[in-house]
Design a binder for this molecule. Sequence first.
Ligand SMILES: C[S@@+](CC[C@H](N)C(=O)[O-])C[C@H]1O[C@@H](n2cnc3c(N)ncnc32)[C@H](O)[C@@H]1O
Length: 447
Amino acid sequence: MAIRSVETLDRHYSAFEGNWKVADCSAEYGRLVVPHGNSEEPLYRWFHLKEAFSSRLLDRLLHDVGLSVKANLAIADPFAGSGTTLLSGISACERNGHRAHVFGVERNPFIWELSHAKLQARILGNSIAGSFAAELEKIKKFYEDFKYDTFVIPGLSTLKNEKYFPAQYMQDLLRIRHAIDAGATQETRSIFRVCLASCVEPSSRLRRDGRALRFEPSRDPKLPWEIFLDRVDLVRRDLESTKPAASGGEVVLGDARQVSSLATEQEFDLILFSPPYPNNIDYTEIYKTEAWVLGCYESEAEMKAQRQRTVRSHPSVRFSQEFVYLNSAVAADVHSLIDPVVSCVPVGDRYSEGRKEVIIGYADDMLRVLVECRRIIREDGRLVFVVGNSLHGSGDSKYVIAADVIMGRLAELSGWRVSEVKIARMLKRRAGESAFLRESLVILEPV
Ligand SMILES: C[S@@+](CC[C@H](N)C(=O)[O-])C[C@H]1O[C@@H](n2cnc3c(N)ncnc32)[C@H](O)[C@@H]1O
């Protein structure tokens, strides 16, 4: 059964892929679709977002899609994450003596603040280093003054669990947040808050792996204030070494499925993004401790509402059952694309419905994003997305969601041509498993 599902789906995916140029580019791109090198790079090293791509990806891509010669570039990323596209877009243009205009959209409030802070820092650079240092002195003073105050621990049970966060450390994290609120100005507040966010995991006994927060009893939590001062020092050095940019741009807190209305009147030469992959990873969950410490949610209900606003890439929550494609001119084509995948989901267990909804909901969301992006691309522009395929189910009922093929076909249904699929990484697989277990860059041109 397992082999049959995998083979049947491989044939289904191959039928679409047969029309495209597909190349193994793992030697050039394997390290570029992961955050390789970012932990040593000024600004990129402020917070480790495991799902980010490398700061060096965009340079390589501009060259490969033939955009590097253009003067000024307008670049968008509707799934901005930690802001890699935006920051590296500015650097790539300025290195060649040109300017960039960058525009990002991000749905998660903490991740949005991370990209917003880094973009501010990239644009303003050392012009704000002086005020950053002066405000740090104020924050220190407020931190001292709050010494005997007790802060209400936010409503998330994880933060109240003293096995995860020693009670005093949680108080210290909150004290830092309140000191930032009192001492920082609009211009630097988000930068200080990112410094605080980067202290949350090290001051706990939790470790973030790819999928969840894991409890590590033997771990020794570090003193929040000490880590905070270290982080602030690193950020101060990065600000001092960053020349203000001639480029500009912004990242907005919003939904990629509405990118054309958020980017009012703008058109782009390059749209580069990596959406959440349909692999059950839930960003709201993975970055929840930072979001709660920063005060992004007031209640569990608010966090649930946030989860429901993200793209339907995982079954951790029941999402809206509205599917826009059903009433579109391409409904029949979308059905013939996704029905064979849906029919491979094993029936009769408690995960069945959730698994089917991920396939249908994800396809619907990606179709909307690709349609929206088509509205804001220049005639000679390019769209590149990075996405990973994944193996689902277990035992005898495994099946692959080939997100690169599904999105490539959805792109064709929304006014794009697939000019190339560059395979960046073959994912680990056992003998007999699908050749579609891979991570790819798909390059699109408007038609
Ligand atoms: C793979 S990450 C992007 C990482 C980014 N390329 C980087 O280098 O940091 C996908 C991002 O999409 C965001 N996201 C999820 N649903 C979204 C939506 N509906 N609109 C915009 N962003 C969304 C997630 O919060 C996450 O930050």
